[in-house]
Design a protein around this ligand. Sequence first.
Ligand code: TYC
Length: 102
Amino acid sequence: MAVRKEQHQPVLDHVHRLQEPHMYRVVLLNDDFTPMDYVVRVLQEYFHKNHPEAVSIMMQIHQTGKGVCGIYPFDLAETKVALVTADARQNQHPLQCTMEKE
Ligand code: TYC
């Protein structure tokens, strides 16, 4: 993924008050087929986790069924879901990545 500053800038509404963006959790779901080391790689590459953090989140998903990768404004969350899903399909893994409103 291209390196770009991830800014969560407030926007002005019609009466010029600062509105914080609504935030969305990007989550990965467990499955029986996607390799553990691939999920760790995704968490490092797309969600900027270090190796121990990535292993910990991957194991939480493996044991509980899902885990939060990061929390972002709508457009960035949507982009990450699309990039992770494309990467997984390109590598022929059934990994499911979705987003949930905070
Ligand atoms: N359950 C998978 C396995 O045993 C590992 C896995 C972890 C898959 C997290 C998906 O989001 C996931 N190979």
